[in-house]
Design a protein around this ligand. Structure first.
Ligand code: SAJ
Length: 433
């Protein structure tokens, strides 16, 4: 169903768009990536990936060198000869947690200016349920063409895990919903070129949009449950990590891992898309909203743990040197979007702490925006209080003797509490009583 020399145009060369473009190019299709970021376009056309993702640099280099992958800033030109057009652009929320669909709208408008009969449009961006039907299709139909009749449209959410994206994109199941069965089938035949995973067809666009949001909202609410249980355990001197590990031996229990909060541009955002649409439909979403509040409050909880820990050494946050290990939103990624480290650092600075940050993954430009000092691991470990926020693999080798002032707040279950306590380190953390 997909001709070998089909041209595919992909709007968005970010964490999901670029790997998708490179994999489709590797499958032998001509792929033209479109991005508003000129540096991204230049890097891709020179065979480099602007995204740090294992295996992606090599894939981009190879497919660009072989002439299958290229990039442009020219949105309208890129659409004219495309047989398949994909929208994989960011969909953040604004300050009021309302979806910002400007990138999807801009791409849809550009597509409508060059849309041809028979073209297949595929939306991958995570969007509030109903976006394809109520926003994307009306914009595409300003071309004068009719969705379903004159052009095909399908929605399929991307659900790869950053830092494992290439593997997951080529193995995870794909959920696809189309405006009609031929649209869904044509989209399925495209993805079968790059994934061995099962193709799960659902009955329409809005169902497919909802599936993605349900997945991430399930994770966010379960992390909120884990965080709340950890705070309760801390109040009773129960080690929540130990209790959760024991509870999860139950065949039908899967309590997630407590932490300093939920970062990333998915789990911390997607639940709000359900809240937004539910509100428009007059449906309450108390559990989803409360779960978001629990997770967003975790940086404050970590600040309380730090305050309590310093008090045990006769110190206060004010005037103390606090060494933060890791500001990426999770381990082994360079991404600091929505990271819980940012609000925690603000709280500590507002309480007049001297904050020092170590995170070799995250670019200094991002960290410097927070008004903190970037230091190497040794200097971070020399602070009055060391706070591990991100479970980067290399932090797992930290030894008790390296904590110079014998005070560690560990918010991820990556260091052995007993070993540190035996060595005389005051060891605190989320769920680590
Ligand atoms: N986290 C916890 N406790 C847990 C699990 C995660 O505190 O038990 C925290 C992490 O530290 C991080 C945040 O939650 O701060 C989210 O991390 P994550 O690994 O659960 O998920 P993401 O943000 O990496 O989600 C990505 C998303 N995929 C894309 O970026 C396209 C998401 O849509 C996927 O569903 C998810 O990977 C996945 O697990 O597949």
């Amino acid at each position: 169903m997909i001709k070998e020399n089909s041209l595919i145009t992909i709007f968005g060369l970010g964490h999901m768009g670029l790997p998708t473009a490179a994999l489709l190019a590797q499958s032998g299709l001509k792929v033209l990536g479109v991005d508003i970021n000129k540096k991204t376009v230049e890097m891709v056309n020179s065979g480099q990936s602007p995204i740090m993702e294992p295996g992606l640099d090599e894939l981009v280099r190879k497919t660009v060198q072989e002439g299958y992958l290229s990039a442009t800033n020219d949105m309208v030109e890129a659409v004219k000869s495309a047989e398949i057009i994909m929208i994989i652009v960011p969909t953040p929320v604004d300050g009021n947690k309302k979806s910002d669909l400007s990138a999807v709208i801009s791409a849809s408008k550009s597509i409508s200016e060059g849309l041809n009969e028979g073209t297949m449009v595929i939306v991958e961006s995570t969007v509030p349920p109903g976006t394809c039907d109520n926003i994307v299709i009306p914009l595409l139909e300003t071309s004068g063409l009719k969705a379903g009749t004159d052009f095909k449209i399908a929605y399929t959410p991307e659900r790869a895990l950053p830092h494992n994206t290439i593997y997951e994109m080529t193995h995870n199941a794909r959920v696809i919903g189309g405006i009609d069965p031929p649209s869904a089938k044509r989209a399925a035949s495209l993805y079968q070129r790059i994934t061995k995973g099962e193709i799960i067809m659902v009955q329409n666009l809005v169902t497919a949009e909802m599936v993605k949001l349900m997945e991430n909202t399930y994770r966010d609410t379960n992390i909120a449950l884990a965080n709340e249980l950890a705070l309760v355990c801390d109040s009773m001197g129960v080690d929540a990590i130990e209790a959760i590990q024991a509870a999860n031996h139950h065949p039908r229990v899967n309590i997630h891992t407590p932490g300093p909060g939920v970062g990333g541009h998915c789990l911390s955002i997607d639940p709000y898309f359900i809240v937004e649409t539910a509100r428009e439909k007059g449906v309450e979403t108390n559990l989803i909203k409360t779960s978001r509040q629990v997770n967003e409050a975790m940086p404050q909880e970590v600040a309380k743990i730090i305050q309590q820990a310093l008090k045990e050494t006769g110190k206060t946050i004010k005037g103390s040197k606090i060494g933060i290990l890791g500001v990426a939103y999770k381990g082994n990624v360079a991404d600091a979007r929505e990271t819980p480290a940012e609000p925690l650092i603000k709280i500590l600075k507002d309480k007049c702490a001297e904050v020092y940050v170590n995170d070799p993954y995250v670019s200094p430009e991002i960290i410097n925006n927070w008004g903190v000092q970037i230091v190497d691991l040794e200097n971070a470990l020399n602070c009055d209080c060391v706070v591990l926020l991100t479970d980067h693999d290399f932090y797992k080798d930290i030894k008790p003797s390296m904590i110079k002032n014998r005070l560690l707040v560990c918010t991820r279950p990556v260091l052995e509490k007993e070993k540190f306590k035996k060595a005389g380190v005051i060891f605190k953390g989320v769920g680590r009583s």
